[in-house]
Design a binder for this molecule. Sequence first.
Ligand code: NAP
Length: 294
Amino acid sequence: MARELKHIVVTGSQGQLGREFQKISMHSPFRFTFLSKRELDITSGQSQVTLGTLQPDIVVNCAAYTAVDQAEDDKELAMTVNAGGAEKLATICADLNVPIIHFSSDYVYHNRLRRPLKETDPTRPKSVYGKSKLKGEKLIQKVHPFPIIIRVSWLYSTFGKNFPKTMLQLAQERTSLRIVADQIGAPTNARDLAHSVIEIIENKQSDNWTDISGVYNFSNEGSTSWYKIACFIIEYAELDCLIHPIKSIEYPTKAKRPRYSILNLSKFKRTFGGGISKWEESMKICLSELLNER
Ligand SMILES: NC(=O)c1ccc[n+]([C@@H]2O[C@H](COP(=O)([O-])OP(=O)(O)OC[C@H]3O[C@@H](n4cnc5c(N)ncnc54)[C@H](OP(=O)(O)O)[C@@H]3O)[C@@H](O)[C@H]2O)c1
């Protein structure tokens, strides 16, 4: 029997996505506990005690090591958090018999396909970050009988550090910017993702999660490049800054990034229903909030 007021525990609550969950929790019919890294380090043995005491109905794991370039030098830490920590958390959830909703990345694909990527397509991560996220997925699936793993691309939010916020700042400081135009993907507004996750939980009629367990893609709808996003932001914010398109090779980074990362959203939409906003619409909402804060 489903209980009336579900208790959702969110780990990594001070990150972009965690803070979006905090923001929308006020208008949600659930009881939330938000745990920052200081309150619950997912790599620590203390997690079991903390979660056991809290008795969650669902755990939403927003904790992750997300410094993609830094991870090339910090391999051990990236693996410890994104693989080991995720496994530890999923093991605890399995022991408590509660669902875990976990987030992964489009960087796990990094294959040669040039059409929207399906969850069943080959995974060939080239970066330490991508490898650590894929390992996390696999370990979670090994230890937990009914996890939900959501692969997300190009996440941004009004919180934390991200591309739109960096663009708004740089475009005010400089007269021109050179932005990579040959990486194709779709940005994801963390608020849309958080809303969709809450909807999944809301629509779940029973406590049996096996039927919807699995790997899902999620992003906003559409296809673009970092260059086009930068142009969109500058135009929307009415900033006087020229954006020049460049190739990835002209902007070398420690971690290799996929050239093509459009995610096929069919499985997510088919399983959970509801629409997903176009990236331009969601980006406008975020930009308008950021500009109003100034
Ligand atoms: N950002 C993106 O572009 C992107 C793209 C695709 C997928 N994703 C995935 O989406 C999810 C959410 O990403 P995000 O952008 O919200 O990440 P974020 O802003 O970096 O937040 C991650 C949070 O996890 C915390 N954390 C790190 N290590 C931890 C540990 N051992 N125990 C507990 N908490 C820990 C971080 O704390 P500190 O900051 O104090 O270390 C931070 O508050 C992640 O799984 C990420 O891999 C992100």
